[in-house]
Design a protein around this ligand. Structure first.
Ligand SMILES: [Zn+2]
Length: 456
């Protein structure tokens, strides 16, 4: 026996919770204020590491972190596959180019997405299309041209307006679930600033869309049985300095494998960057993944140089089979892992700026433990990333204000995300039902939607 409940998900890409809140306070977003803040729920959420578009959609849609899908960034390198054959398809990936089409196939089939679970769906601009009938992927034909123009001519807002028109059309049909991406907040923030007037206008576009959608749902007598979810996949900070990580390794006399120059002869290190504030590194003089003692016995010099760079906040690597090492300029701490629990221990420093945990904490306890620190959910986020072999040997998190890619980036990025810093990790979670009274991980939004649609 089915029910007639529906969910419409507004993925407002790159929206910061504090910016959203202040716009609501100023009366700039009247529909979000009335229907989500006042009549529904607004809570702080935490996204994943890396806090990057694409991988950061996975928690919402599948309830699982990027590491659980082995999709550890918008670019990743798989050492094991690489040494089986450099040119085999799963040796490396960049979803930024023609390989974007592999994203769906790369997802872990153990964790089906809401679009697979609820086949009566519509999809707008989202690259995760598994489970979407071709005719219901409403922007399929227009997307590449619109995105191309948006990228090179900065025609951002029209993309959201067209998405909204599709959404208005979709809600007049039979459906259970709609996933609509509004990409302009992210694009404007990258191109201008996250509080630029043009970026603020992107928030207003989403607000006006929400108002029109709700008016239409009321007209169709579908409002009472519909839940709106509005959330973003990461925050964003403005960028003043680029450190090109590929060039850094070249200066340190390493031959570098990176996108797009993947043809380098006899590469010694692979540098894969996501969201521009996150990178994974793999050293190619050892076929298996490195643990810290062996890694430092061979590469201490370059790694010491790396963490001394102003652009680098910290690096993480496997310390041994049951711990990770986090290193910054000041020293080192360990994340100890025992089954699904984690502990944090200062060694010679405290890169996350949090107290040592009183023993091992489970996922819920560790969430509460560091939610309001500078690195929310840091312990579980590092664990999930390094559970995947595609984390590489090292994950690099950039300092706020810096990013890790310069030479290849056209147009220049003035905003970044991807890191584990709270300004990238904190996201707004809004629902049109008053059912959420505490901060959550974005993975938990998946469960909330399922519970609602399944009528519990
Ligand atoms: Zn994004």
């Amino acid at each position: 026996m089915g029910n007639d409940k529906k969910v419409i998900f507004y993925l407002i890409d790159g929206a910061r919770p504090d910016v959203l809140q202040s716009l609501v306070a100023k009366g700039e977003l009247p529909n979000i204020k009335k229907y989500l803040f006042e009549e529904g729920s607004f809570q702080l959420g935490t996204t994943c590491f890396p806090s990057t578009t694409g991988p950061a959609y996975l928690p919402f849609l599948t309830g699982r972190f990027p590491g659980e899908h082995d999709i550890t960034g918008i670019r990743w390198f798989d050492k094991e596959a690489y040494f089986k054959g450099r040119w085999q398809r799963n040796a490396m990936r960049s979803y930024c180019g023609y390989e974007a089409k592999y994203f769906n196939e790369d997802m872990n089939t153990d964790y089906p997405s809401l679009l697979e679970i609820y086949p009566e769906n519509f999809n707008i601009y989202n690259m995760i299309t598994k489970g979407v009938k071709e005719e219901n992927d409403l922007t399929k034909k227009q997307k590449s041209k619109l995105y191309f123009n948006a990228h090179f001519k900065h025609t951002h807002h029209i993309v959201d307006e067209i998405g909204h028109a599709h959404l208005m059309h979709a809600i007049q049909n039979q459906f259970r679930f709609i996933f609509a991406v509004f990409p302009s907040i992210d694009w404007d923030s990258h191109t201008y600033h996250y509080e630029d007037e043009r970026t603020i206008e992107s928030y207003r576009i989403a607000d006006r869309s929400l108002g029109e959608v709700i008016t239409k749902l009321k007209e169709l007598k579908q409002w009472d049985n519909t839940m709106i979810v509005m959330a973003s996949d990461h925050g964003l900070t403005s960028t003043h300095t680029h450190l090109d990580l590929g060039r850094f390794f070249k200066k340190n006399k390493y031959r570098v494998l990176e996108y797009p120059s993947i043809w380098t002869l006899f590469p010694q290190v692979s540098v894969f960057i996501s969201g521009n504030s996150f990178a994974t590194l793999s050293f190619l003089d050892q076929k298996s993944l490195y643990y810290k003692p062996a890694l430092y016995s061979k590469h201490a010099q370059v790694l010491d140089n790396l963490v001394r760079e102003d652009a680098i906040d910290f690096i993480v690597m496997r310390n041994d089979e049951s711990s990770l090492s986090v290193v910054n300029q000041e020293g080192e701490a360990h994340i100890l892992i025992q089954d699904d629990t984690v502990a944090y221990k200062h060694i010679s420093g405290n890169p996350f700026g949090i107290d040592e945990t009183p023993g091992f904490l489970d996922a819920k306890e560790t969430f509460d433990y560091c939610l309001y620190s500078d690195y929310p959910d840091a312990l579980i986020q590092c664990k999930q990333l390094f559970d995947s072999k595609r984390s590489g040997d090292i994950a690099v998190s950039a300092n706020v204000g810096f990013d890790l890619r310069d030479f290849w980036e056209i147009p220049e990025h003035k905003g970044s995300h991807g890191s584990l810093h709270k300004d990238h990790l904190h996201v707004p979670i809004l629902l049109s039902k008053p059912i959420l009274d505490h901060p959550i991980r974005t993975t938990e939004v998946f469960e909330l939607i399922k519970q609602y649609l399944d009528g519990q």
